[in-house]
Write a protein that binds this ligand. Structure first.
Ligand SMILES: [Zn+2]
Length: 502
C-alpha cells in the first residue's frame, strides 16, 4: 500500500467519523424538540387551576400557621381538605378533577362556581385556561354562564331577611326533662329536626345564604356603602347567624353537642357525649349540618358564603375553655360553673389552656376557610346600655383580648339580648357607644327585630334586625315565619306545650 492510498483511507475514516458525529447531534436535537413539545402540551393540559389551587392551599396553610403556631392538637392540619377561602370555596369542592381530565375538570370546576351564582368568576376561570380558545365545549359553557348572568338582577339589600338560632337541641329527651332549664330551652332553642325542616323549606323556596359583607362594602376611609347581590329569578338572599356557640357549662348533659372539632378529613364536626360516656362525632349542630347540606346543595350558598357565628368569651368559644380566667383562675372572677370545671379537671394547667386555644383556633380557621364568619356577641353577654359606658369598654377589650385572638378580627357585632346601642333612629357621632365601637373596628351592627326585614345604612355603618326562629316564635307567632316555613310541618312533637310565656 503506498502512502497515497493510506492518506485516502485516513480521510475516508475521518469523513465517516464526522458523519457519525453529525447524526448524533441531529438525533439529540430531535430528542430535545420532542421533550419540549411534551412539556408544553402537558403544561397546557393542566392550566391555571392547579397553580391556583396550590396557591390557595399555600395561603390557607400560611393563615393556619400564622394563627395557630404549632397547633394540630387534634393531629390534623385544618387546611388539608378545606383548601380555598371564602369566595374560592367552590373551587375546593371538585378538587382533583381538573388535573386529571383537562377540559372536563375545568368545566366541572366552573359549573361549581356558577352553581353558587359566581358567573363572572366561572367565565373568567375558563378563559384563563390556555385550552379555552381551542375548546368549543368550554366556550359553550362560558356562553351558558353568561346567558344565566344576564337573567340576574340586583336584589335590594335593604329587603334582606336575617334569621338566627341558638345551639341546637340534639337529644330532646335530655333538654326537655323537666328540670329548671327546660323552660328556657323550650323558649329560645330549636331542635335539630326543626332546624332541618326550616332550612330544607327555605332552600325549596329559593333562599340563598349571603354574607353581611355581600350586603355592604366597608371602604378604606371608614364609610360603608351598599353592596350588590346578583341573583337569577326565583332566588332570595338571606343572612344566617347563630348565637352563643360556646357550649356553655350549664348545657352539659342537657342533650347539646359538646364542641366543634376538625375531623380527619378536614371537615368541621361536632362531638357529643353519649349516656355511657362515649364520644360520637357528627352533624349535631348548625355549622356541620350546613356544611354537609351545602356540599349536596351548592346553590344554597352565594359565592361559597355561609353563616355568621356570634361569640361571647366568658366561657370560651366553640366548646373550648379559652378565656383568660381558665388560665389565671383569678379569685373573684372564677364563677361557680368554672369552679366545678376546675374541680372536675384538677390537672387543667396553663398548657391545657393553651391546648384549648390552639384547638379552637384550628376549628375557627377551618370554618373561615369554608365560608363561615364570626361576630362579637359581647364578651360577657351584656346589654351595653345597662352595663354602662365604662363597663362596655372593659367588655369590648376582653372580647378583643380573648376571642379575636382565637377566631380573628371582625367588624360585626351581634348584640346579646338584641340589646342595641340606640333606638331605630340612625346612629350619630353623639352616641358614645357607637363612636367607641366604631373606633374598635365595628361597622355592622345587628339587633333583634320581629319584622321580615329591617336594614339601615348610615354613612359609616350598616344595621340589620334579626328574626329568632325558636320555640317561642313558632308557638306564639307561626304567621310571622310563614314566608320561610310552615310551623306545623317542622314542629318537633317532643317539645312540651305550652311553651312558657316570656
Ligand atoms: Zn346570646
Amino acid at each position: 500500500m503506498d502512502e497515497r492510498e493510506t492518506r485516502l483511507q485516513q480521510r475516508r475514516a475521518r469523513r465517516r467519523k464526522n458523519e457519525l458525529i453529525m447524526k448524533c447531534i441531529i438525533c439529540l436535537l430531535v430528542l430535545i424538540v420532542v421533550f419540549l413539545t411534551v412539556v408544553l402540551i402537558k403544561d397546557a393540559a393542566i392550566p391555571g387551576f392547579e397553580r391556583y389551587r396550590a396557591n390557595k392551599k399555600k395561603q390557607v396553610q400560611q393563615l393556619v400557621k400564622n394563627e395557630t403556631g404549632d397547633a394540630g392538637t387534634l393531629g390534623q392540619n385544618p387546611a388539608e381538605g378545606t383548601d380555598g377561602q371564602q369566595g374560592a370555596q367552590g373551587a375546593a369542592s371538585v378538587s382533583g378533577t381538573a388535573g386529571s381530565t383537562g377540559v372536563e375538570g375545568l368545566i366541572a370546576q366552573a359549573d361549581q362556581m356558577a352553581a353558587q351564582y359566581d358567573y363572572t368568576g366561572a367565565i373568567e376561570y375558563l378563559k384563563s385556561s390556555s385550552l379555552y380558545t381551542g375548546s368549543q365545549e368550554m366556550q359553550n359553557a362560558a356562553a351558558g354562564y353568561e346567558a344565566t348572568r344576564q337573567t340576574c338582577t340586583a336584589y335590594p339589600v335593604d329587603q334582606i331577611t336575617h334569621v338566627f338560632f341558638h345551639t341546637m337541641i340534639k337529644d330532646t329527651a335530655k333538654a326537655f326533662d323537666g328540670d329548671a332549664k327546660e323552660g328556657g330551652y323550650n323558649q329560645v332553642m330549636t331542635t335539630m329536626s326543626e332546624f332541618e325542616g326550616i332550612i330544607r323549606s327555605m332552600y325549596e323556596k329559593g333562599y340563598v345564604m349571603v354574607s353581611l359583607h355581600d350586603m355592604c362594602k366597608v371602604n378604606e376611609d371608614g364609610t360603608v356603602s351598599r353592596g350588590e347581590i346578583l341573583l337569577p329569578p326565583g332566588k332570595t338572599p338571606f343572612v344566617l347567624s347563630q348565637d352563643d356557640v360556646s357550649y356553655y357549662h350549664y348545657m352539659d348533659g342537657d342533650g347539646f353537642a359538646q364542641k366543634l372539632i376538625v375531623d380527619e378529613n378536614g371537615d368541621v364536626k361536632n362531638t357529643y357525649v353519649e349516656a355511657d360516656g362515649s364520644i360520637s362525632v357528627g352533624d349535631y349542630d348548625m355549622v356541620p349540618w350546613i356544611d354537609t347540606f351545602v356540599k349536596e346543595h351548592p346553590d344554597f350558598s352565594y359565592h361559597g358564603h355561609k353563616g355568621i357565628i356570634a361569640l361571647t368569651g366568658y366561657e370560651g368559644v366553640l366548646g373550648y375553655r379559652t378565656d383568660e380566667v381558665y388560665r389565671t383562675k383569678e379569685p373573684g372572677r372564677v364563677t361557680e360553673y368554672q369552679q366545678k370545671f376546675f374541680d372536675a379537671h384538677p390537672d387543667f394547667d396553663e398548657a391545657a389552656w393553651q391546648n384549648e386555644v390552639d384547638q379552637a383556633t384550628a376549628v375557627a380557621n377551618a370554618m373561615k376557610a369554608s365560608g363561615w364568619e364570626f361576630a362579637s356577641h359581647t364578651w360577657g353577654h351584656i346589654a351595653p346600655q345597662v352595663k354602662g359606658f365604662d363597663g362596655t369598654q372593659q367588655d369590648t377589650q376582653r372580647w378583643l383580648d380573648n376571642v379575636a385572638t382565637v377566631v380573628g378580627n371582625t367588624d360585626v357585632i351581634i348584640f346579646a339580648f338584641g340589646a342595641d346601642i340606640g333606638d331605630w333612629q340612625p346612629y350619630t357621632s353623639e352616641n358614645a357607644f357607637f363612636s367607641y365601637m366604631k373606633s374598635k373596628g365595628f361597622n355592622i351592627f345587628c339587633n333583634v327585630d320581629s319584622s321580615k326585614c329591617w336594614v339601615q345604612f348610615g354613612n359609616d355603618y350598616m344595621r340589620q334586625g334579626r328574626r329568632n326562629l325558636d320555640g317561642y316564635r313558632m308557638y306564639y307567632n307561626p304567621d310571622m315565619v310563614s314566608d320561610l316555613f310552615d310551623v306545623n310541618a317542622v314542629w318537633d312533637s317532643s317539645r312540651p306545650t305550652p311553651v312558657p310565656q316570656m
